[in-house]
Design a protein around this ligand. Structure first.
Ligand code: BEZ
Length: 209
């Protein structure tokens, strides 16, 4: 199934390390960082799981629930979590889906057959509290994800929703934002009383709190 930005995140009910979950019920009211990894007891995945766990307070601050997935069993996940906690100095508390039958992986197009017929690639779905997919990224098996970027893009999405603006390249919180091209100067005066800098008529920068 091909999923696109703006689609409703497909629902599923499945076993995880925290017991069975129904995805839509579990996610209700939160943002979700849903990510797959190729397999338990593998080195890159161990660092990614450790990093996600270490960043738990950062995810919580942004109202984001992490949810991992691979095609291993709950027992395998649980054994591996001991290694993650030991080697990455953390206590992993977010659920990891045990997708033995590839049911969720197929719904989310996490199996890329020319990479592996059975293992999931490193997919990322950022899902908003309305359960809409807001970002899709896919990383290969041999390259770990950049978790600063994951936090940054979540913060950017939340900022664009809240302020009805857009974020320029390499934006980080505190940087100027872009007034959307569909907002006239007249409307911008009301919306952004703090003013803005017109670099080009289509590129207007403003600062927000
Ligand atoms: C890893 O997580 O380390 C990994 C998984 C599959 C292929 C290569 C590396």
């Amino acid at each position: 199934m091909t999923l696109r930005i703006g689609d409703t995140a497909p629902d599923f009910t499945i076993d995880t390390t925290e017991g069975p979950i129904n995805f839509h019920d579990w996610a209700k009211g939160s943002w979700v960082f849903f990510f797959s990894h190729p397999a338990d007891y593998t080195p890159v995945c161990t660092t990614e799981m450790g990093r996600t766990s270490q960043l738990a307070p950062e995810f919580e601050k942004r109202n984001v629930k992490p949810l991992g997935l691979s095609t291993d069993s709950v027992d395998a996940h649980k054994g591996w979590i001991n290694d993650i906690n030991e080697t990455q100095n953390t206590v992993l508390e977010f659920p990891i889906v045990a997708d033995k039958e590839l049911e969720v992986a197929q719904k989310y197009d996490m199996i890329h057959p020319n990479e592996s017929a059975t293992a999931t690639v490193r997919s990322v779905f950022i899902i908003d509290p309305n359960q809409k997919i807001r970002l899709i990224m896919t990383y290969p098996m041999t390259v770990g994800r950049n978790f600063n970027e994951i936090l940054r893009v979540i913060e950017a999405l939340q900022t664009t929703d809240r302020e009805e603006v857009a974020c320029p390249a390499d934006w980080t919180p505190g940087d100027s934002v872009i007034i959307r091209p569909n907002v006239s100067d007249e409307d911008a005066k009301e919306k952004f009383p703090q003013g803005w800098k017109t670099v080009k008529p289509y590129l207007r920068l403003t600062d927000i709190k």
